[in-house]
Design a protein around this ligand. Structure first.
Ligand SMILES: [Zn+2]
Length: 150
């Protein structure tokens, strides 16, 4: 394949096909709760203070509800008062940032790199040390009973 043909092939490939964890919508719908599916696969947003209770796993990591990739360290979580779990930093190897113009204002979307799931957005008004506020939907994080089974 020529370089140009190879490039075109890559550009035409639908987003998500190269994910380490790639499932169809039907498969995701079978695995996730309706709320998790809405947020992760349909770019949805939990109502403020309306998401499920989430806890870090035994290693102090918050994990993706879709693929269990480690996303945020518990010691970066802070109380933002917004009603969404908020973090000052993310595990950069498992998280990707993408420009999002859906609301008519430029925002930066936060996605899980492994499964492509929508997690939330990152803003520049967070506390020290990073000044960042990762505003994350609780429905995108693995629920407490899954990361810490009794
Ligand atoms: Zn994931």
């Amino acid at each position: 394949m020529s370089v140009v043909a190879s490039l075109l092939h890559r550009l035409r490939r639908p987003k998500g096909e190269e994910r380490e964890v790639a499932r169809t919508d039907v498969e995701w719908a079978a695995q996730l709760t309706p709320e998790q599916f809405h947020v992760l696969r349909r770019h949805g947003t939990d109502a403020p203070f309306g998401g499920p209770s989430v806890e870090p796993d035994a290693e102090g990591m918050y994990r993706c509800a879709g693929c269990e990739a480690t996303l945020f360290r518990a010691d970066t979580k802070f109380e933002s008062g917004t009603g969404w779990p908020s973090f000052t930093d993310a595990e950069s190897e498992n998280v990707e940032l993408q420009r999002d113009l859906r609301m008519g204002i430029p925002r930066t979307e936060v996605r899980c790199r492994r499964c492509g799931g929508h997690l939330g957005h990152v803003f520049g008004d967070g506390p020290a040390p990073t000044g960042k506020r990762y505003c994350i939907n609780a429905s995108a994080l693995a629920p407490a009973d899954r990361v810490n089974p009794s």
